[in-house]
Design a protein around this ligand. Structure first.
Ligand SMILES: [Zn+2]
Length: 263
């Protein structure tokens, strides 16, 4: 499926030229969800309208370039309270339409957290979602954008993550972070993908297994070596966790186990 989300380009919102002519093309693995920390409606900076959205994009770019000393907007997309989506870093739209992203500056890796955030599209959502919920229009445009990105860049909805998974930050706020499983679900449904494909079990390998093992260890269980390979030790640790939570102790990480583990 091609990229179909409607996006206001850097030219259309009157972006400043970036300091670099172009940015490195990347193969994105995740979609990274942010919040801007700005006021929520009715005090939202964009006022839910097009001129306000364009102005917010210009001001955010200036803040990133003049304040943070970055070469351009740090994010790839800005999703405003009115559900308008604006391109962030120059070249993003062309890149994602071809299945790539461009290196940006929204999710640097801190310590042992996830890597490859800056190689993946970062979506800034206007507002502060520590406590407040997002309005329906903005939520719908976030879902649409994620559907387009998952589809054109071949990103699994399971890999929609919050900024705090990569960096030492509260972003995207407690409320929005807690909605990410819902977001994944809605995106998967629109893509016609069954989330059961994301079940982690004996023989599974990769980043998700590594995160699972880390979570188990944090909870005082012993998954064996944190090697990203789901073996017998990890299975026994899962069974112990499931038993402690009164879940069916099948040693398979499905939706409920995943949720209770905070994965
Ligand atoms: Zn962020």
């Amino acid at each position: 499926m091609p990229f179909t989300a409607k996006v206001i380009t850097t030219t259309q919102w009157g972006a400043r030229a970036a300091i670099q002519d172009s940015f490195e093309l990347t193969r994105p693995m995740y979609i990274v969800i942010h919040h801007t920390g700005d006021p929520n409606p009715p005090k939202d900076r964009s006022k839910g309208i097009l001129p306000g959205a364009k102005q917010l994009a210009r001001e955010t770019q200036s803040f990133h370039m003049d304040g943070n000393k970055w070469s351009d907007s740090g994010h790839n997309f800005l999703n405003t309270t009115g559900g308008l989506i604006l391109e962030g870093r120059h070249g993003t739209l062309n890149a994602v339409r071809k299945g790539f992203c461009i290196r940006s500056a929204h999710a640097a890796q801190d310590g042992e957290r996830l890597a490859r955030g800056n190689e993946s599209p970062g979506i800034e959502n206007e507002g502060n979602f520590m406590i407040s919920a997002m309005g329906q229009k903005q939520w719908n445009s976030l879902v649409e954008l994620c559907v387009s990105l998952c589809s054109s860049c071949d990103i699994s909805p399971e890999n929609i993550r919050g900024h705090r998974d990569f960096s030492n930050t509260d972003c995207p706020g407690d409320w929005l972070y807690a909605q990410i499983s819902q977001l994944r679900q809605e995106v998967a449904t629109k893509l016609g993908i069954s989330m059961t494909a994301g079940v982690i079990k004996m023989g599974s390998k990769g980043t998700m297994v590594k995160e699972l093992q880390t979570k188990l260890q944090e909870k005082g269980l012993n998954p064996g070596v944190i090697d990203g390979i789901f073996g017998e030790m990890t299975r026994i640790a899962i069974i112990a966790f499931q038993t402690s939570k009164n879940l069916p102790a099948d040693g398979i990480v499905g939706e409920k186990t995943r949720e209770l583990l905070g994965l």
